[in-house]
Design a protein around this ligand. Structure first.
Ligand SMILES: Nc1ncnc2c1ncn2[C@@H]1O[C@H](COP(=O)(O)OP(=O)(O)OP(=O)(O)O)[C@@H](O)[C@H]1O
Ligand SMILES: O=P(O)(O)OC[C@H]1O[C@H](OP(=O)(O)OP(=O)(O)O)[C@H](O)[C@@H]1O
Ligand SMILES: [Mg+2]
Length: 290
C-alpha cells in the first residue's frame, strides 16, 4: 500500500534557494530541478514530493495546508500572516529588517508620522507602525526598494539589510530599532499536526536537518596524548558525553577523539599542542544524530 508523500515547499529563487537545496541534499533527499525549470520532483525513496515555489508564496501554500512543510524566511512568514508555524531555524539567509532614510531625513520612529514609507513587507511594517501608534502612507513595492527615495516615491523605506551595501549605494542610513531579525526557517501547516502520517514524516525530516546543521557546527578532533597530559587535554576537548580515550601501541600514550565546536577549533589545536598533544587532526562531519 503506497503512503501519501510529505509535500515540501522549496524556494525556487533568491538568496534562500541555493542553501535550501544544499541542506536538503546534505540530509540525503533527492531534490533536483532537472533542466532548472521544473516545478516539482519526487523522492520516492524518502516518500517526499518537492514543490519549487517563490519564497514569498511558501508560507501561503503551507498556511493553507496545500503543502505540509516548507523553507522560507521568518520575515516572509510574518509578513504573510499565514497560519503556518516555525519548526526549525536553519541558520542561513540571516538579515535584519530596518527603517532607512537619507541622513537628513527622519531619525526616529515618531518622525515617520504623516510621511510615506516604501516596502515590500506591508503587513509586517503596517503592524509594527500601528502598534507604535505611528500613522504613515505605505507604498507597496516588489523589490529594489532603496531606489524609492531618490526617485521621489517615498520619504523612507523599510527593508531587509544584510551587509548594508544596498543602503550605502543609495546614500541611505538606518534609524530606530530593527523591526526584526530574520533567517531561513522550516515551517509546517496546522493540518500536518492533525495527521499522524504527516507529523511522523515531519519529525523524521527535522531530525535529519538538525543532524546536518549540528554536523556543520562541529568538527572531529583526534590526537595522540602522553598520559601525564591527558586530563589537561581532555578538559580542552570534553566532547558531548566525554572524549573517547584508547591506548596507543606506544606505552604511556593515548589516542583521544572528540567532537569540538568548529568555531575556535584552531585555538583548541594551539592549546592542545601546548598541553603536550601531538598529531592533532581535524576532520569535518557530514551528518550526525545527537
Ligand atoms: N541580501 C540578503 N542577505 C541575506 N538574506 C536576505 C537577503 N535578501 C533577502 N534575504 C532574505 O531572504 C529571504 C527571501 O527574500 P526574497 O524573497 O526577497 O528573496 P531574494 O533573495 O531577495 O530574491 P528576489 O527578491 O530576487 O526574489 C527573506 O527572508 C530575506 O530576509
Ligand atoms: O544589505 P545588503 O547586503 O545590501 O542586502 C540587502 C538587500 O538584499 C535584498 O535585495 P535583493 O538583492 O534580494 O533584491 P530585491 O530588493 O529586488 O529583493 C534586500 O531587499 C536588500 O535590498
Ligand atoms: Mg529580495
Amino acid at each position: 500500500m503506497s503512503v501519501t508523500p510529505l509535500r515540501v515547499a522549496v524556494p525556487n529563487k533568491g538568496s534562500l534557494s541555493e542553501a535550501a537545496f544544499k541542506l536538503l541534499t546534505d540530509a540525503g533527499y533527492l531534490v533536483h530541478r532537472g533542466n532548472g525549470r521544473e516545478l516539482q520532483c519526487n523522492d520516492p525513496e524518502n516518500n517526499m514530493k518537492f514543490f519549487f515555489q517563490r519564497p514569498r508564496d511558501i508560507a501561503v501554500y503551507v498556511g493553507s495546508g496545500a503543502l505540509d512543510v516548507g523553507v522560507t524566511g521568518l520575515d516572509l512568514l510574518l509578513d504573510s500572516g499565514a497560519p503556518a508555524s516555525e519548526v526549525l531555524r536553519l541558520g542561513f539567509s540571516r538579515s535584519r529588517f530596518h527603517f532607512a532614510a537619507r541622513p537628513a531625513g527622519p531619525r526616529r520612529l515618531a518622525d515617520l508620522s504623516g510621511l510615506s514609507v516604501a516596502t515590500s513587507y506591508p503587513t509586517l511594517v503596517g503592524k509594527y507602525l500601528a502598534e507604535a501608534g505611528v500613522s504613515v502612507s505605505l507604498v507597496k513595492l516588489d523589490g529594489a526598494v532603496e531606489n524609492a527615495i531618490s526617485l521621489g516615491l517615498a520619504d523612507a523605506i523599510a527593508d531587509v539589510v544584510e551587509t548594508g551595501t544596498s543602503l550605502q549605494n543609495c546614500g541611505l542610513v538606518t534609524f530606530g530599532e530593527p523591526l526584526m531579525e530574520s533567517e531561513a526557517v522550516l515551517i509546517r501547516s496546522e493540518a500536518s499536526r492533525k495527521s499522524e502520517r504527516a507529523a511522523g514524516a515531519i519529525d523524521a525530516l527535522v531530525q535529519r536537518l538538525e543532524g546536518v546543521l549540528t554536523a556543520r557546527r562541529y568538527v572531529m578532533v583526534e590526537y595522540d596524548c602522553p598520559a601525564e597530559a591527558l586530563d589537561a587535554a581532555c578538559s580542552l576537548t570534553p566532547g558531548i558525553e566525554g572524549p573517547t580515550v584508547s591506548p596507543l601501541a606506544r606505552e604511556g600514550w593515548m589516542a583521544v577523539r572528540a567532537m569540538v565546536p568548529r568555531a575556535g577549533v584552531q585555538r583548541t589545536m594551539d592549546d592542545l599542542k601546548r598541553a603536550g598533544a601531538r598529531a592533532i587532526l581535524v576532520t569535518p562531519l557530514e551528518a550526525c544524530r545527537m
